[in-house]
Write a protein that binds this ligand. Sequence first.
Ligand code: KG4
Ligand code: ZN
Length: 332
Amino acid sequence: MNILAIESSCDETSAAVITNGEIRSNVVATQLIHTLYGGVVPELASRAHQQHILPVVDKALNDAKVTKKGLDAIAFTRGPGLLGALLVGTSFAKSMALGLGIPLIEVNHMQAHVLAHFISDPKPAFPFLCLTVSGGHTQIVKVLSPLDMEIIGETRDDAVGEAFDKTAKLLDLPYPGGPLIDKYAAEGNPGAYAFPLPEMPGLDFSFSGIKTSFMYFLQKQVRENPAFVSENLPDICASIQFTLVNILLKKLKKAARETGIKEIAIAGGVSANSGLRKSLLELGQTLNWNVYIPAFEYCTDNAAMIAIAAHYKYLESDFCDQTVSPLARMDF
Ligand code: KG4
Ligand code: ZN
């Protein structure tokens, strides 16, 4: 059983082929144009998806040595994401499925990030908790089975990836700044500067206040010493990363305590962060958790995760019809 999966929710055009639950190819074209503007420009993202989608799909089929006629279904990211970007993947998948006379499978992008854990071993046992952290979302998800998930905590304002990227912008680092904060943090002292952690009820998060604290802190320091950022970049990055990771892990710890679940996973672009990966492994050892961290290639947006989600949906004959339209916001 061969499924072609397409991801186009933000600034990565990706296609993958999965055969009987095994990923055969995963092609990702990253849109570098956004670096010029310090963030993703939605209209440019849509246009770049249009340029990339044919060659990316073609390469995914060639790499997998599967022909169009050999496909059993086409899957696509329906949402959440940028509407114009989603439209490109959705229209492409719909017309291809219609042309080939095969079923169409819609996939929730955030569920797919969680299911990236089922691409290779070791796989978490059910039920498990997944901290799903990306540029647009910050969620704690209770996963009961591949297609049965419940969001038990989420951000009330900005996502943690946005906090990384916007703070990086204040430091004059290019977009996306998250990986660069990670890089400079490796040589810095995480205790150099302290920031107050936000107080949020329950398992929810907030990152807008801490983003503002970083901004006021930097403005004050630069007023006193204009070279403050260039002289202290590693310490600044390490302290910011330490704070953001602490906010995430504090709530994850609370969620594990309240649910009694010790199978703990992370997913999404920010799960590539080395500070988060290291601190989670340490915490897992202390609290006797089984910790699951995805391979780097499956942390940031990719179609392999859409393909594995589609695999489970195919097994349940969970298909959608040709009138389906993309959704910028999409709940589980
Ligand atoms: O999942 P993703 O590729 O796209 C969305 O669905 O949003 O996540 C992108 C986010 C960006 O905010 C990016 O800065 C962040 O993931 N990111 C990182 C790292 N790698 C990617 N943040 C911190 N450290 C990293 N190493
Ligand atoms: Zn994502």
